[in-house]
Design a protein around this ligand. Structure first.
Ligand code: GLU
Length: 586
């Protein structure tokens, strides 16, 4: 995970400076600016994923009588084949799942977990500075115990309706017979190449055979992944964590380890002891809705709920008639929420996160009251929520990423899935095993465990999960789910989602209008506006400047996937900044 220059320079991180100059980490994938068609669909059941082949596979599953959980498995296994730069079985995921029959919402945490072998100082050099981020992403130490397969398995045991193996048919077929590489797939391979692939001969031989990109019009096959998927289809999660797939993975890592003997990485014991955590979703009232998202180790869910809470209070105080005022308040709300998440959030296995305090009405009001009608230009400080009295922590720098995907599904029964999945950066660590991309999620930990002698909540510890920005959301009106949304985008994920929620709920926009709208993001001292002016009318920047905002412009590679209920029907749209597709079943 990489740290933003502005923040780092104030801190103590060593960065790959030449790379920073070339890659915009708000939009690492260099989006196709000319792509203007937005994929939409509506019906009784709707699927939106980041890739047409994954959406089609999920739809097929629904047509066969599968439910939302089966559709998630079909889509995720296909994404592992066709969008391996963003997610796969060697990564981790968060699933927010509404079970219509039980009228209950569940949060399954399949986040990567640090090996029992990790050392607290593994991202620290002998002279006390942080290991350069780029170097860390390529290290075997960056690989966390993958959680995605376990999540899919447990989700299927609890909610699935088709046989487990039926949900692997499309992915096995595509891996074996091949698929036509999409422009984004090819761009991502080039980006991985720029990040460095010399450490991974298996990556080179699969994705850059003889040093060239796969041919544009020739089916791309991944035979090793086809056999891994076939094994998992037959043997389930046990095969991944204790069977042949596990043994092959450890052997592959050991082969690499022989070349880097001082490096610790995951073991058979780590794989065998991996557990999905069933967490309690976090929810807050926003106007007449209830917004639910993912709890820690996600910091994104807390940020979305806090930002909306602050935004609502400020809007009531100031009125949001004027467009400028709305964007001003959104920017301030996000900056305050960010200050809290970089300070208080980590895996609760290590520190007691003051979660209740962070979401309490009194605390949100206190935060809102510190915000001035004109932005102060000061970097907001973290607050002091109830429950934090005994914690004396330091903040960590913000992070960004490029290897994540989001999908949403609603089935005809009314079950709903909002699912974010990641390998961390583009193609994760670029190490492969059994054709699967292995994550580099342990670079999501703070690289240094203390600052000025104070511990950082997101410090590295054995068996701990790194803080994430992934924040799948489901919105309720009364007891009924009416909307599901999520996005990739590293640290900016909750910014994108808050933009989308304000669009959907306050402005009553359709999913298509939401994904077509320019996005607003923040840095500690800046408001960051999306470049291309084709999408949003008005010249809000000048008005924001007059309110004291320092403005920056950037592209964003969000990947919003959203479904919204309107007049008894579900409507979905995929973010045109990526290659997603929405499909529906009448
Ligand atoms: N690994 C990041 C996280 O969990 C997400 C990276 C991305 O969105 O690309 O927060």
């Amino acid at each position: 995970m990489r740290y933003f220059l502005s923040f780092i320079s104030a801190l103590f991180y060593t960065l790959p400076l030449p790379l920073l100059a070339q890659i915009n980490w708000n939009a690492p994938e260099s989006i196709d600016a000319k792509r203007s068609r937005i994929s939409t669909a509506s019906g009784q059941a709707v699927v939106v994923t980041a890739n047409p082949l994954a959406s089609d596979a999920a739809l097929k599953t629904l047509e066969k009588g599968g439910n939302a959980m089966d559709a998630v498995i079909s889509a995720q296994t296909v994404l592992a084949v066709v969008e391996p730069q963003s997610s796969g079985l060697g990564g981790g995921s968060f699933l927010l799942y509404w079970d219509q029959a039980k009228q209950s919402l569940y949060a399954l945490d399949g986040r990567e977990t640090a090996s029992a072998q990790v050392k607290e100082n593994m991202w620290r050099t002998s002279n006390g500075t942080a290991v350069p981020w780029l170097q860390a992403t390529k290290s075997l130490s960056a690989i966390g115990v993958p959680g995605t397969t376990a999540l899919l398995w447990e989700g299927h045991q609890q909610f699935g309706s088709l046989p487990w193996e039926a949900n692997f048919q499309s992915s096995i077929h595509l891996a074996k017979e091949g698929f036509i590489p999409s422009p984004r797939f090819l761009r991502s391979i080039s980006l991985a190449n720029r990040l460095g692939i010399d450490h991974s001969p298996s990556f080179k031989s699969l994705y850059l055979p003889n040093g060239s990109l796969p041919k544009q019009k020739i089916p791309f096959r991944n035979q090793k992944l086809a056999s891994t998927l076939s094994r998992l289809a037959k043997g389930g999660a046990n095969e991944f964590y204790r069977g042949k797939v596990a043994n092959e993975l450890i052997e592959n890592l050991q082969l690499q380890q022989n070349r880097h003997i001082t490096v610790n990485t995951i073991t058979n014991e780590d794989l065998a002891s991996y557990k999905v955590q069933w967490r309690t979703p976090i929810c807050r009232k926003y106007k007449s809705w209830k917004i639910c998202s993912f709890p820690p180790p996600s910091g994104g869910g807390v940020a979305v709920l806090q930002a909306l809470g602050i935004f609502e209070l400020l809007s009531n105080k100031n009125g949001t008639q004027a467009n400028t005022n709305r964007w001003h308040l959104l920017s301030e709300s996000l900056r305050y929420a960010d200050a809290d998440r970089s300070h208080w959030i980590g895996d609760p296995i290590d520190w007691p996160v003051p979660l209740k305090g962070l979401l309490e009405d009194d605390y949100i009001e206190q935060r809102a009251n510190t915000i001035q009608p004109q932005t102060t230009k000061f970097r907001p400080l973290p607050g002091k929520p109830k429950g934090s009295e005994l914690l004396d922590l330091a903040s960590q720098p913000r992070t960004a990423g490029g290897g994540t995907t989001h999908l949403v599904v609603v089935d005809v029964e009314g079950n709903l899935a909002s699912y974010t999945s990641s390998v961390e950066t583009v193609f994760g660590s670029r190490y492969l095993s059994g054709g699967m991309v292995l994550n580099n999620q342990l670079t999501d930990f703070s690289f240094l465990s203390t600052n000025s002698g104070k511990p950082i909540a997101n410090r590295i510890k054995p068996k701990k999960r790194p803080m994430s920005s992934m924040s799948p959301v489901i919105v309720f009106s009364g007891d009924r789910p009416v909307l599901a949304v999520g996005s990739p985008g590293g640290w900016l994920i909750p910014h994108y989602i808050t933009n989308a929620l304000i669009g959907a709920l306050d402005l009553q926009l359709s999913p298509k209008e939401i994904v077509a709208k320019k996005l607003l993001s923040v840095e500690p001292n800046y408001t960051v506006l999306e470049k291309s002016s084709a999408w949003l009318k008005g010249n809000i920047h000048q008005e924001l400047e007059s309110l004291g905002h320092q403005i920056k412009y950037s592209s964003f590679s969000s990947g919003l996937a959203i479904i919204k209920k309107h007049n008894g029907k579900w409507h979905g749209a995929a973010d045109p900044r990526r290659e997603g597709k929405a499909v529906g079943l009448q």
